[in-house]
Write a protein that binds this ligand. Structure first.
Ligand SMILES: [Zn+2]
Ligand SMILES: [Zn+2]
Length: 171
């Protein structure tokens, strides 16, 4: 979604709703694209733009979707809701902007007087994604002896006396 900054009313809220399909949400910067979370549902975006000055826009947004990541401990996929409610200031890109950008995460720069909403939202999503994924805070992980999922309850190794030793390695 492309918004021409000068077409926005001055000091008035301008709202726009749109959806981003999971296939458009691939993090090309990720070092581990295989393990990045899978967006299970289209991302619902609600954006409110307010032009504050000649070319300064306050962008308030809420983003909602469902993630289906792989648990870091037990390697099982699970579903979890994901939501961001935030706002950022959008300013035209100038020569000094690049240095400024590194200092302030709440700033976004646009060129050609255009706000590319999809690109801005996509970046905000990847900045907000959790760094670790756990199906449950108390996930027991996998048995270091046989690879069995320890969340599934007792299995063969647990009946052996050496089990406690194996379990200690997991934690
Ligand atoms: Zn798990
Ligand atoms: Zn086992």
């Amino acid at each position: 979604m492309r918004i021409h900054v000068l077409s926005l009313p001055l000091n008035k809220d301008f709202s726009v709703d749109f959806q981003m399909h999971p296939s458009t949400l691939i993090d090309s910067n990720s070092e581990h694209p295989d393990t990045s979370p899978i967006f299970l549902a289209p991302v619902d975006c609600h954006v409110t733009l307010k032009r504050m000055g000649v070319e300064e826009v306050l962008m308030t947004f809420s983003v909602k979707t469902i993630l289906e990541p792989i648990c870091d401990r037990c390697a099982v996929t699970y579903q979890t809701p994901f939501e961001i409610n935030s706002s950022i200031l959008c300013r035209p890109l100038t020569h000094s902007s690049v240095e400024e950008e590194e200092e302030d995460e709440g700033l976004v720069f646009f060129s050609k007087q255009e706000l590319l909403l999809d690109n801005i939202i996509r970046e905000q999503i990847f900045l907000s994604l959790p760094m670790t994924h756990l199906c449950d805070p108390n996930c027991q992980g996998l048995c270091s002896n046989c690879g069995e999922n320890l969340n599934d309850g007792e299995h063969e190794c647990m009946k052996r006396p050496k089990f406690t030793e194996h379990k200690a390695k997991v934690l």
